[in-house]
Design a protein around this ligand. Structure first.
Ligand code: PHE
Length: 342
């Protein structure tokens, strides 16, 4: 068995280099098994020692054990190196660059109609008005009868108002909130009532079957048309700037007498005429008037003692005009690209 010593020598020449060259923990383990595993080259030499000539046994045993210890030492050392390399790589790949700017969470924005509405609310709250609310599903009494609107009035026609089953309808204006508020409160009353209203309109760029109004109502003793005018002028100055002037045109509503439609001088051309105001210099703002005595009668207010004014303002058109929005339908479409501009 003279070959065993040579074999050990050969292994001693090759194995350490192999260990050093191994570049993964897996390949290192393969090398360990090749030499030191249960059926490894060095292990079988040690196991076969009993068959070696007795005079050579001590030397072969000694050399084999030396190599075994040396190899396991080298393998352990290499394993530690490779493990260190691996954890360094893992740390590197997970490293946080603290100088990078953070990612900002997306916060959304307030709907343009609500921005206009909040501004209108603020101004009227500042003048002592309180908030009133009413249902979107109404009955004919609150939407029409109590508002002095006769059975044959065109607004009551099926082609204008959306009727539901059981004599109910989708309110065609916010004026029924006037009735509900007066039924529940004694004068003086001073409220605004914003909300959605519904009409049978074919949708196009300037018409929508759903739009928004702000109703106003002021009832007390000695309330005059002058109070109405002053209130609206104060509102216009705060909403559109001191340069904005109002124009009152005689008009008709069943629930006010006298009635007026109010225009505001175009804030883009200061009344000279431009594309926004279609060259007229004025933009329609709202309808208003002195509360008709018949309306007071229908809610049990003494129409000899009390007077009042009311107004109703469509906010979609206002919002379009002042933001340069050319299609009313955009307000209802929840298009983030559109909404995120506000
Ligand atoms: N309700 C009326 C409309 O929708 C507006 C209005 C309200 C007019 C209050 C006068 C008084 O056109």
């Amino acid at each position: 068995m003279a070959g065993l010593l040579e074999k050990i020598e050969e292994m001693a020449g090759q194995a350490p280099a192999k260990v050093k060259r191994s570049d993964t923990l897996d390949s290192l383990e393969e090398i360990r098994l090749e030499y030191l595993g249960r059926k490894g080259l060095l292990t079988s030499i040690l196991h076969g020692l009993k068959d070696a000539p007795a005079d050579q046994r001590p030397l072969i045993g000694k050399q084999a054990n030396l190599l075994k210890n040396k190899l396991s030492g080298l393998i352990d050392q290499r394993r530690r190196e490779l493990e260190q390399q691996r954890s360094r790589r893992e740390l590197d790949s997970g490293r946080i660059d603290v100088t990078l700017p953070g990612s900002r969470p997306w916060t959304g924005s307030i709907h343009p109609l609500n921005q206009v509405l909040e501004r209108i609310n603020e101004i009227f709250f500042g003048m002592g008005f309180a908030l009133a609310e009413g249902p979107e599903i109404e009955d004919e009494f609150h939407n029409f009868d109590a508002l002095n609107t006769p059975e044959d009035h065109p607004a009551r026609a099926e082609q204008d108002t959306m009727y539901l089953e059981g004599g109910m309808l989708l309110r065609s204006h916010t004026s029924p909130v006037q009735i509900r508020h007066m039924q529940a409160n004694r004068p003086p009353v001073r409220v605004i009532a914003p909300g959605r209203v519904f009409r049978r309109d074919t949708p196009d760029a300037t018409h929508s079957p759903v739009f928004h109004q702000v109703e106003g109502l002021y009832v007390d003793e000695n309330v005059t048309f002058g109070d109405l005018r002053y209130t609206l002028e104060q509102f216009a100055a705060q909403m559109f700037g001191a340069g904005a002037s109002l124009r009152f045109r005689p008009s008709f509503f069943p629930f006010t007498e006298p009635s007026a439609e109010v225009d505001i001088s175009c804030i883009f051309c200061r009344g000279k005429g431009c594309r926004v105001c279609k060259q007229v210099g004025w933009i329609e703002l709202l309808g208003c008037g002195m509360v008709d005595p018949n309306v007071f009668d229908s809610v049990g207010y003494d129409s000899e003692r009390y007077t009042g004014f009311a107004f109703g303002m469509g906010i979609d058109r206002i919002c379009m005009t002042f933001n340069g929005v050319n299609d009313i339908r955009l307000f209802l479409e929840s298009d983030v690209a559109f909404l995120s501009q506000f």
